[in-house]
Ligand binder design. Structure first.
Ligand code: HEC
Length: 150
């Protein structure tokens, strides 16, 4: 695959989710719920590994942080397509659907924040990583406070 195609393949899901024109098709609502919960779980796993480094609980390894930040940035594009109409449930609050514009905006804010975290991580600048991590973490919490059951 040419690099250009790779890049297009990587950003396509963001564009789809961003326009709101198309949702991935799931056979049953439970499949969509499982898909988005799985994506969040994978993303949180890598995010948590960066958290441990930022908190000083794990040693700083530039390549590891860069790898985990890339996973977070990549997976951050996935959950949204599984919040389509008729997929209410899981631990998502009804506001996801009744206040969908706000939910989408929060999702986009998070994707931008983790993209910045990824940029910082690839640079290896620990101060920049710390800052970007804090900002990204705030976008997770912000959305969970409004749209996720405790
Ligand atoms: C725009 C809103 C939004 C943002 C931003 C967001 N989340 Fe979530 N998250 C949700 C919702 C809604 C659920 C509940 C999904 C469900 O159960 O159907 C959830 C669920 C989760 C779960 C539980 C998955 C499971 O197995 O049930 C984890 C872990 C998680 N999010 C981590 C994160 C992390 C880490 C970030 C930031 C890097 C983040 N989320 C950003 C809305 C968001």
């Amino acid at each position: 695959m040419k690099l250009k195609h790779l890049i297009l393949a990587a950003i396509a899901p963001t564009l789809v989710a961003g326009t709101g024109l198309a949702y991935a098709q799931f056979k049953k609502p439970e499949d969509a719920i499982k898909y988005r919960q799985s994506a969040f779980t994978v993303m949180a796993n890598s995010f948590g590994k960066i958290a441990a480094v930022v908190k000083g609980e794990a040693p700083f390894n530039k390549d590891e942080v860069a790898k985990n930040a890339a996973v977070v940035a990549m997976i951050s594009t996935l959950p949204w397509q599984a919040f389509g109409p008729g997929t209410e449930g899981g631990n998502a609050l009804p506001g996801v659907w009744s206040d969908n514009a706000k939910f989408k905006a929060a999702g986009e804010k998070m994707q931008l924040a983790v993209a910045s975290l990824n940029t910082a991580a690839q640079s290896g600048d620990q101060e920049a990583i710390k800052k970007a991590f804090g900002a990204a973490g705030a976008t997770c919490k912000g959305c969970h406070d409004d749209f996720k059951k405790k």
